[in-house]
Design a protein around this ligand. Structure first.
Ligand code: 8YV
Length: 330
C-alpha cells in the first residue's frame, strides 16, 4: 500500500477539516494553536511532505532553505500567499496552492460592513448603551454620512472587488475601479462600473476607497503617502486585503489631520501589532479596526480546509492541483 504523506498543519483548523485530514493523511496538527516560531517552521518544513501554513506563518527563503527533500507541496490555508516566498519555493521544485473563491462573499460582506461602520458610526454608536452613556435621542447627535449616491473606488477588481461592487451597487453607490487589467465589458456593464486607468485620478475623485488587490511586490504601499494625499478630505478608506498595501503611518497622520475623513481596516502592516496612532483614532471613533476577520465565518473556514484537502489529494494522485499559484499571479 502507498505510504500516506506527512501533512504538517501549522494552526488549528475547524474540527471537520482536521478529522478528514486525519483520515486521509499522516497528519501532524497544532492542537494548541500556538503560532510557530521560525525554528519550529523550519523543523516542520524539514519533516513534512506537505506543509499547510496560514497567514501567520512566514515561509521565507530561510525556512525553505531548511526544508527537507520530501517537501513537495505547500498548501496554503488562505487566499493571499504573501506569507510565502513563492519564487524560492517554485525554484526548489515545491508547488504552492491557495484557497481562492470560497471566501469571496464573506470578505466582500465584511468590506461593506466596514464602509457602513465608518460612514454611519456603527462601532461608535454600539458602545454608547453598554457604556451607559445614552442621554436620549437628539436631532443633531451621532450624525454620520449617507452612502447612497456616493462614489466607491475599488482598487483591485478581482473576485472580491467584484463581489463588493455588486453589494455596493445595491446600496446605491456608483462603482469605479482601478485594476491592472480592465475587466470584460459584460462585467463592467452589469456593475455599471467606470474603469480608471490612472489610480491617482480615481483616488482624487472618490468618496470611499476600498483596497481589494493582493499584496505583491508591485502593490506594496500602492497607497503611498503621495497617493493618500490625493484622497478628498471627507473620503473614507477601507482595507480588507493586506495592511502592506497602504502606508499605514501616513494614513494615520492624514486622518489625525482631518485630511482623510476616516478609515475601516481589517488588516495591518505588522499584524498582530497595530500602529498606536490608529488605536488612538479608533478610541476617538474616527477609524474602525477589526482583527483580520474578513473570512472569519464557519462556512469560509470549512470551505478553505476542503480546498486544502482537494489540493493535497490531487497533487498526491499525480494531478495538477486546482489552485496552483503561478508566477504570473505574483
Ligand atoms: C485568512 C486571508 O484569514 O485568505 C486570505 O488571504 O487574508 C484570510 O481570509 C488567512 O489568510 C488565513 O491564512
Amino acid at each position: 500500500m502507498k505510504k500516506k504523506p506527512l501533512v504538517v498543519v501549522t494552526r488549528r483548523l475547524p474540527d471537520v477539516v482536521e478529522t478528514r485530514m486525519r483520515e486521509l493523511f499522516d497528519t501532524r496538527l497544532n492542537l494548541e494553536d500556538k503560532p510557530m516560531s521560525p525554528a519550529e517552521l523550519a523543523e516542520a518544513a524539514r519533516a513534512a511532505d506537505v506543509l499547510v501554513p496560514t497567514v501567520t506563518d512566514e515561509i521565507d527563503a530561510s525556512v525553505l532553505a531548511q526544508a527537507g527533500p520530501n517537501l513537495k507541496l505547500i498548501a496554503n490555508f488562505g487566499n493571499g500567499v504573501d506569507n510565502i516566498d513563492v519564487g524560492v519555493a517554485l525554484s526548489r521544485g515545491v508547488t504552492v496552492t491557495n484557497t481562492p473563491g470560497v471566501l469571496t462573499e464573506d470578505t466582500a460582506d465584511m468590506t461593506m460592513a466596514l464602509i457602513l461602520a465608518v460612514a454611519r458610526r456603527v462601532a461608535q454608536g454600539a458602545r454608547v448603551i453598554p457604556d451607559e452613556e445614552w442621554g436620549g435621542w437628539s436631532p443633531t447627535w451621532m450624525l454620520g454620512h449617507r452612502i447612497t449616491g456616493k462614489r466607491l473606488g475599488i482598487v483591485g477588481m478581482g473576485r472580491i472587488g467584484q463581489a463588493l461592487a455588486r453589494r455596493a451597487k445595491a446600496f446605491g453607490l456608483s462603482i469605479h475601479y482601478h485594476n491592472r487589467r480592465r475587466v470584460p465589458a459584460a462585467i463592467e456593464e452589469s456593475l455599471e462600473a467606470t474603469y480608471w486607468e490612472s489610480l491617482d485620478q480615481m483616488l482624487a475623485r472618490m468618496d470611499i476607497v476600498s483596497v481589494n488587490c493582493p499584496h505583491t511586490p508591485a502593490t506594496y504601499h500602492l497607497l503611498s503617502a503621495r497617493r493618500l494625499k490625493l484622497i478628498r478630505p471627507n473620503a473614507i478608506v477601507v482595507n480588507t486585503a493586506r495592511g502592506e498595501i497602504i502606508d499605514e503611518t501616513s494614513l494615520a497622520r492624514l486622518v489625525e489631520a482631518g485630511e482623510i475623513g476616516g478609515a475601516g481596516l481589517d488588516v495591518f502592516e505588522h499584524e498582530p501589532a497595530v500602529n498606536p496612532r490608529l488605536v488612538k483614532l479608533a478610541r476617538q471613533g474616527r477609524v474602525v479596526l477589526l482583527p483580520h476577520m474578513g473570512s472569519a465565518t464557519h462556512e469560509s473556514r470549512v470551505d478553505m480546509g476542503e480546498k486544502v484537502i482537494v489540493n493535497i489529494r490531487a497533487f498526491m494522485d499525480g494531478h495538477r492541483p486546482p489552485d496552483r499559484v503561478l508566477p504570473s499571479m505574483l
